[in-house]
Design a protein. Structure first.
Length: 131
């Protein structure tokens, strides 16, 4: 259950509508997801987060699918169910196959296991790994 109400387009302020319109244009969709509708209670935060996300996830040296996979991995580590689902959908739209998803999950699972082991044993970092 949400801790805030969701602000629909027809109930939004002009500033929020402008951000919603930009989200729709950037994603070539009429869909505004619940994350943005929840953030709309603070138009300044909505605007800042959207434009930063759009910049970070936009064109760069990493390809779009890699960016989504990184986002998914961090979302899994942070146990953010919402982000896991939304970025898995985004990764699939960017071409992620079932085989890639299975391999990705194997890597995330392995990292989780080895991270837990090394953390519990407090293994000192090798000098060769320090830059």
């Amino acid at each position: 259950m949400s801790t805030v109400t969701l602000i629909e387009y027809e109930d939004a302020s002009p500033k929020v509508r402008a951000v919603y319109d930009d989200i729709r244009a950037a994603r070539k969709s009429d869909f505004i997801n619940n994350f943005w509708k929840a953030l709309a209670h603070s138009p300044e935060t909505l605007e800042r987060v959207w434009f930063t996300l759009k910049d970070v996830m936009g064109p760069g040296t990493l390809d779009p699918l890699t960016k989504e996979l990184v986002y998914m991995a961090v979302s899994i580590a942070n146990k953010c169910e919402y982000c896991i689902h939304s970025h898995t959908v985004a990764a699939r739209k960017k071409g992620m196959t079932d085989e890639q998803y299975a391999e990705f999950l194997a890597i995330v699972g392995m990292a989780h296991q080895t991270n837990g082991l090394v953390t519990s044993m407090q293994v000192p970092v090798d000098e060769a790994f320090k830059a």
